[in-house]
Ligand binder design. Structure first.
Ligand SMILES: Cc1cc2nc3c(=O)[nH]c(=O)nc-3n(C[C@H](O)[C@H](O)[C@H](O)COP(=O)(O)OP(=O)(O)OC[C@H]3O[C@@H](n4cnc5c(N)ncnc54)[C@H](O)[C@@H]3O)c2cc1C
Length: 381
């Protein structure tokens, strides 16, 4: 007999959200490599869609994330080319186009709630995954001790370390995302800026009284920009972004995150599924990764709720989950990958086509509505 109905490998934001969504459905354990209470001190922004807010509210996690900074408008432009577009929440029926919170806070809030809702083991690193006819089996390590645990269903939400078993396809963008908190002369008025430059997209998101920078650039430039004095860094940022927000006055700690697309070839394994970053690690352009992973967790819990306990983790249930995620997942991967490849270059004809595309998006309300709904609710929006 299996130890649990569901075992979640990885208690990051997606694994913890799944544990919460399975509360009251079946018995759940989470194995998380990070020791309890650990975390990064540098702020890293994450933009949540309104659709994610609705899920987080149902999981009882939204309140703990306050104050989240609402995004009232998104301004999209390209450096060195014509064409720009604005998405305004007043043109939609949404209270906001999204919300910016700190990733570390999001992880902390969700994992603390998950720890109260299931058996949550911190400092437990999953090493291997195997399967018998009725249960998946993992080996894991706590300190120097090796242990085993079994469950009808193993959900791999480990960001991709164990899920290498799922035949991952990768594309190295040769870019890194530089994140930092920025203070500038003018108030942000809850506007998020997405500026496409030849080196890569630059996003400035409203974040409390400040702005949160997510600047995707070549890995070597990211290293240089992280190590140069603050003044010099702010001058580089000003040149790339322009004067729309006045002078950039200060920058918090700068952190560089390597970027690559990683797509698992399959979502279903024997007695196991992959979800969140383990299923698809996306470029941060347009802020889709967690929003998509949260929908993975929500749908997996929904499919689990719909079957009898003894059918949890069976081939039919896993196939149903994979089928439910196909469209949304494929759309999210295609959308971000295409944006990065289309916009991260300085090829003249493409610059012109991009300008026309942006001008069209800015001028045609149904096009705006389509983009906002997909970014808010995914492919089923
Ligand atoms: C710079 C940047 C900006 C981003 N901005 C946005 C945004 O604005 N909006 C958005 O939606 N997304 C954004 N993303 C993507 C988002 O951060 C990820 O999609 C999200 O963190 C995925 O969550 P996850 O739980 O699947 O994986 P992770 O956050 O990677 O969590 C995985 C967890 O598994 C644990 N783990 C790893 N290996 C093991 C093991 N062997 N055993 C047990 N536990 C293990 C880890 O400790 C971790 O807690 C951004 C990403 C980057 C890099």
């Amino acid at each position: 007999m299996a130890d649990y109905d569901a075992l979640i490998a990885g208690g990051g934001p997606v694994g913890s959200a799944l544990a919460l969504a399975l509360r009251g459905v079946c018995s759940v354990a989470v194995l998380e490599a990070r020791p309890e209470g650990s975390g990064s001190s540098a702020a890293r922004p994450i933009a949540l869609s309104h659709g994610s807010r609705l899920i987080l509210e149902r999981l009882g996690a939204w309140e703990g994330l306050q104050p989240a900074t609402p995004i009232a408008r998104i301004h999209i432009s390209q450096r060195g080319g014509f064409g720009q577009a604005e998405l305004d929440c007043e043109e939609t029926r949404l209270p906001a186009l999204g919300y910016v919170v700190d990733y570390n806070r999001l992880t902390q809030v969700l994992s603390q709630l998950a720890a109260g809702a299931c058996d949550y083991f911190g400092g437990a690193s999953v090493l291997t995954l195997g399967a018998g006819p009725d249960a998946g089996r993992v080996s894991y390590q706590v300190g120097t001790t090796s242990k085993q645990m079994s469950a009808r269903l193993v959900a791999l939400a480990d960001g991709g370390t164990v899920a290498r078993v799922a035949q991952v396809r990768t594309r190295d963008y040769r870019q890194a995302a530089l994140t930092a908190e920025i203070t500038c002369a003018r108030p942000h008025r809850n506007v998020a800026y997405e500026r496409f430059t030849a080196e890569g997209p630059l996003a400035l998101l409203p974040f409390g009284a400040h702005l949160a920078l997510v600047w995707s650039i070549s890995s070597s430039s990211a290293r240089e920009l992280c190590s140069m004095p603050e003044r010099e860094f702010l001058q580089h940022l000003q040149r790339a972004f322009g004067q729309r927000l006045g002078a950039f006055e200060a920058a918090g700690p700068r952190v560089s995150h390597p970027l690559a697309l990683k797509v698992a070839g399959t979502l279903q394994l024997s007695r196991a599924v992959v979800l969140g970053n383990a299923a698809q690690t996306l470029h941060p352009v347009a802020g889709q990764g967690f929003n998509l992973g949260l929908r993975d967790a929500w749908e997996l819990a929904d499919v689990t709720r719909g079957v009898a306990i003894e059918e949890i983790g069976g081939a039919a249930m896993l196939a149903a989950y994979a089928a439910r995620r196909r469209l949304d997942r494929g759309g999210g991967i295609w959308f971000t990958d295409t944006l990065v490849r289309l916009f991260s270059n300085d090829f003249g004809p493409l610059r012109l086509a991009r300008g026309l595309g942006l001008a069209l998006l800015g001028a045609v309300p149904p096009a705006k509505d389509f983009v906002v709904r997909r970014m808010t609710f995914g492919a089923r929006g």
